[in-house]
Design a protein around this ligand. Structure first.
Ligand code: SF4
Length: 119
């Protein structure tokens, strides 16, 4: 049996939740103060995801980097592979806010979009 300590980030209380289980099955869960924490902790145990934030090179601009993020959470186990792919990407200006820089990164369904602008 695997045990994970998870801090719920759904609200500022930040309950510490202990989840025990095997693979995709949660066997016990304690420490949450509400049902939202239960759902969050189960997802974190079974299939953790994260919003990816980083920067992308801008060729020939005064601003050499532009901030980007994924427009939806990416499986945690794919974060490093996504970062390696993004490191190889560069864009040319103009770059508009929310412009898609990498569509459907690694088939995750998440687009990498600019969160800044270079005009
Ligand atoms: S379990 Fe509920 S009360 Fe606790 S941090 Fe999560 S959302 Fe907030």
């Amino acid at each position: 049996m695997t045990e994970k300590q998870i801090t719920c980030i759904i609200c500022p209380i930040g309950c510490r939740i202990t989840v025990r289980g095997e693979d995709d099955t949660v066997l016990s869960l304690e420490g949450n103060q509400c049902i939202r924490g239960e759902a969050y902790a189960k997802n974190e145990f079974i299939h953790p995801v994260r919003i990816l934030t980083t920067t992308v090179k801008v060729e020939g601009a005064d601003t050499p980097l532009i901030p980007v993020r994924s427009d939806q959470p990416v499986p945690q186990e794919k974060l490093m592979e996504c970062m390696d792919l993004i490191k190889e990407v560069s864009v040319t200006k103009p770059v508009l806010r929310y412009q898609v820089i990498v569509p459907d990164i690694l088939g995750t369904g998440a687009n990498i979009v600019a969160t800044g602008e270079v005009l």
